[in-house]
Design a protein around this ligand. Structure first.
Ligand SMILES: *Cc1c(COP(=O)(O)O)cnc(C)c1O
Length: 352
């Protein structure tokens, strides 16, 4: 069975690096382990690395961490589903929100459960994923302030996700100005949730304007890199995870298919590079388990050629020692790590 090997000590080191840098600037870090299926081991590691709480986008992951005894403040990152607001209040201390109706439902359940649920109101500063447009924030704050069982705990934004918008001094200042307006309406101080790993360049270069109180960081700690250009963070481990998959066929074949070409198994028209006759390995893993564009082979000279649902095809011409039954290792990118860690066909092994 293919294995994903996760080195928790390296992730803890990365977490420590980020949380130390943030603490110097008065900023707390919510650790986000959803890229590794939000497993309890990962949550514990992020907390050991200095995170002040855990964020996740799936209620199932948060429930699994709670059931395993992980002690933390839990933040729900994906906007709550109206059909699951009760579970959201039961399982999460904080949730990110942008819909008045959802706030109302969270409030009703919080009152019934005798809890106070903290909400971060999300503002869309241009990335076009979640959040109210800035001119709609004031109304949402008034809605939240009027509800019992809800504490309008902060405002936040999420960039670099859908639109790829880069966090900069302009959009961060805008967020801070909106926070001050919100505090004027509420009459109390609030949290400012500045963003995800796309903001790490600003954090590490000391360019974040003061007033941001916390960040929600996943990839930066899980893979040790910022996410604008995917460059390593200084001093971080980028080899925290390794995929091992087994060779099931090893044959010499031409680089170009023979015959008239139509669509591949996924309805696409693949392209090929002619390198002549080459030694090719087929590995027992495929697109059902992994995002192949994000795979970097650790075998020198190996080239990922493509994959179908269950087969990964790798050029191993430069590695004459490879045999059928051997495993070949890869470093996964974020999408691959996400898919591998949630695939029931891959065994995740945690090392600590
Ligand atoms: C996933 C997520 C994060 C963490 O993103 P990274 O790029 O992995 O740091 C932060 N905020 C929200 C709302 C998220 O969904």
């Amino acid at each position: 069975m293919a294995r994903l090997l996760v080195d928790l000590r390296k992730i803890e080191h990365n977490a420590r690096l980020v949380t130390d840098r943030a603490r110097e600037q008065g900023i707390g870090i919510f650790g986000v382990g959803k890229g590794l299926a939000g497993r309890p081991q990962v949550g514990r590691t992020l907390l050991a690395g200095g995170c002040i709480g855990i964020g996740d986008s799936r209620l199932e992951n948060i429930k699994a961490m709670r059931d395993a005894g992980v002690q933390a403040e839990f933040m729900m990152l994906r906007l709550p589903q109206l059909s699951r607001t009760r579970e959201t209040v039961e399982l999460c201390d904080i949730s990110l929100n942008s819909e008045a109706e959802t706030l109302g439902s969270l409030s009703r359940h919080a009152c019934e459960l005798g809890k106070v649920h903290k909400v971060v109101l999300m503002v869309d500063l241009g990335d076009l994923r979640e959040g109210v447009w800035p001119d709609g924030l004031r109304d949402l704050v008034h809605v939240g302030a009027a509800l019992t069982g809800i504490n309008v705990w902060g405002i936040g934004t999420n960039l670099t996700c859908y639109g790829g918008v880069i966090p900069d001094s302009q959009n961060m200042s805008h967020l801070l100005a909106l926070a001050r307006e919100t505090e004027d309406i509420l009459g109390h101080k609030i949290e400012v949730s500045g963003g995800n790993s796309g903001i790490l360049n600003m954090l590490f270069s000391g360019q974040l304007p003061s007033g941001i109180t916390h960040l929600r960081i996943g990839e930066g700690m899980l893979l040790g890199r910022e996410t604008l250009n995917r460059q390593p963070l200084p001093g971080a481990f980028t080899d925290t995870c390794r995929l091992e998959a087994e060779v099931i066929e090893l044959q010499e074949k031409p680089s170009l298919p023979v015959g008239v070409l139509g669509q591949d198994a996924f309805g696409e028209y693949p392209s090929f590079v002619d390198r002549g006759v080459r030694r090719r390995a087929i590995l027992a893993i495929g697109r059902q388990d992994v995002a192949i564009d994000g795979l970097t082979p650790l075998l020198p000279g190996a080239i990922v050629l493509g994959a179908s649902g269950d087969h990964l095809i790798v050029d191993v011409e430069e590695s004459p020692k490879v045999r059928v039954g051997d495993t070949i290792s890869f470093t996964p990118g974020y999408g691959s790590m996400l898919a591998l860690s949630t695939s029931s066909y891959v065994k995740t092994v945690y090392k600590d």
